[in-house]
Each structure stands twice: as structure tokens, then as C-alpha cells.
Write a protein that binds this ligand. Sequence first.
Ligand code: ADP
Ligand code: MG
Length: 332
Amino acid sequence: KAVVHRICAGQVILDLSSAVKELVENSLDAGATSIEIALKEYGEESFQVIDNGSGISPHNFKVLALKHHTSKLLDFRDLQLLTTFGFRGEALSSLCALGDLTVETRTKNEAVATHLTYDRSGVLTGERKTARQFGTTVTVKKLFSNLPVRCKEFRRNIRKEYGKLITLLNAYALISKGVRLVCTNTTGKNVKSVVLKTQGCGSLRDNIVSLFGTGTVSCLEPLTVCTSDGCTVEGFVSKSGYGSGRSMGDRQFFFVNGRPVDMPKVGKIVNELYRGANSRQYPIAIMNFTIPTQAYDVNVTPDKRKIFFADEGSILHSLREALEKIYSPNQA
Ligand code: ADP
Ligand code: MG
């Protein structure tokens, strides 16, 4: 019962970045190795997520966008063992309610793809054959157009919404190994530009190079932390003296078991130690925490950005020690 309540709680789509995030996570859940996010007018006109994942089987076409339809949660006990991003079945139904949703999809079993349209309540309204490679394309046009107040706000703040989205996509691009991730934005008369791009080949380091350049990577110090209870932290932080004046939100990325999360306490520790020696600057910090799944709970907020650790103290302590070695080696 508690699980059902938590699943129902809250609204998933709050802004442009949470909308696109849900689609990207669906592509990752579908095992895609190539994901393109195509924006029109910074996402104000439309956004589209194109993947080469599993595709959607015809028997799911009708129910796909209905509230709480999910193919991922087989048993409520699965919540503890969850390896997929999605499980609530809320994203597509919420997107239908907030914009014009179409889906094109093809599984390995289908000879041709199908183009699907849905109405505001998630009911399938159209279905026709189309040409497409294996995978899925979800397109949302005119997000929030049916909510005049929110829509006005959305359009006024579109650059800010876009900025937040790009930061989020950088996070997924950094942490996704073996996934080629590209984001494009088309403005005016079909002027299409590549906003970010990873090759989908290798390590976190390779992804940092793709996104931020070799110059950035040479200013980073690798970080490895292991605790006695089986937690690890791996990543990179700015070398002392090589931070940037840019706001920290831009260049600080934290992950737990490959999921982008907010970690204000970790951010505070790294900023404090770094700034002890380098005032007025922020370090770049990219850290992936590997934590046994029974030791934390991601299911705290609908966007899954906040998490609870069973034993936060010990890992933060070990992290602090490792960072002290980097930033104040004489004392450590
Ligand atoms: P959830 O991800 O929580 O299951 P969603 O509303 O995000 O719910 O998606 C509903 C269902 O649609 C998913 O469970 C999945 O079966 C299917 N789906 C959505 N996007 C994709 C995709 N890109 N590739 C394959 N299947 C998808
Ligand atoms: Mg989903």
C-alpha cells in the first residue's frame, strides 16, 4: 500500500528539462546505444527523442500513454531491485496532458514502423505505418500550450529552461558509457546546430573530453574512494588552482549508481575544501557513487533526484579525506 501511494505521489513533468529527462530515461531503459535529442526553438516549439532501443510492441500501443501503464515494474517487490529509470508509468500520460504527443516505433519483430498519435487523456487516436529503423521516436509539440498561465511563463523563461536542460543532458551524456548522445537545436529557418555530443565509446574521461574538451580534462585530478562497507566514489575534480569562475551548478555533476542526483552535502564539501586554497572559484566536480542498492532509496521525490543513504556519514568522511589529500596535501 505504501508503495502504491509513493508511486501516485507528485507530478512528474514540471518543466522542459523534466519532460526531456523522462524521454531520455525511457530510451536508456529500452537499451538504446544512440539517443538524439532534437529541439526546435530551444524546446519551445517541440522536442523529440530519437533512439535505437528495443521499440514498443504493438500490443502496448493502446495502453502506452494511459496513466500508470508501465512495462517495467513486474512486482511491487521489484522496487528494491530496480535497475530501470522508469517504473511509475506517468511520463507519457503526463506529456499527453501537457502537449501534443506522437510516437514512431519499431521492434526487431516488425517489418515496418508505426506512427501513433494520442489525445490529451492518453487515448490512442491514430495509427499508421511509416518507415523507420528499429527504435523509438517520441515527439512533443507545444508543451504547456493548454495551460495559458504556465505556457506564458514557460515561453518567457525559455532560455533558462533550455540552460537547465543542457546541464541535465550533460549529466546523462557524462555518465552513459556505450551510448552515443547528441543534442541539436533548430532555430529560425532550419538552422540546426549541435549543442552537445558524445561518441559513445568509452570511459567517463572520454565523455568529459567530448563534452568539455581536452583542455578541461588536463585540469582535472582523478578521484577514487572506497569505504569498508562496499561504497565507492569515482570521478574527477579540478586540480587546485584550476577551477572556474562559472557558477558551480554548471560543472558539478553527481551520480549514484549511474543516476544523476542532487547532492548538496557533497557539493558543499568539495567547494569548501577547494575554496580554502582558491577563493572566488568553483571546482569542477564529477563523481559517481557506487552504493549497494539496499543501502539507499531513490524513490523519495517524483523526479528521483533526491536520495537517502543508509550510512551517509561514513562515505562523506572518506570523501573528505580524499579531497583533503588533493587540496591541502601538507595537512593530510
Ligand atoms: P515508465 O518509464 O515509468 O514505465 P513511461 O510513461 O515513461 O513509464 O513509459 C510507458 C511505457 O512506454 C514504458 O514502460 C515502455 O514500455 C514504453 N516506452 C516509452 N518510451 C519508450 C522507448 N523510447 N522505447 C521503448 N519503450 C518505450
Ligand atoms: Mg519512463
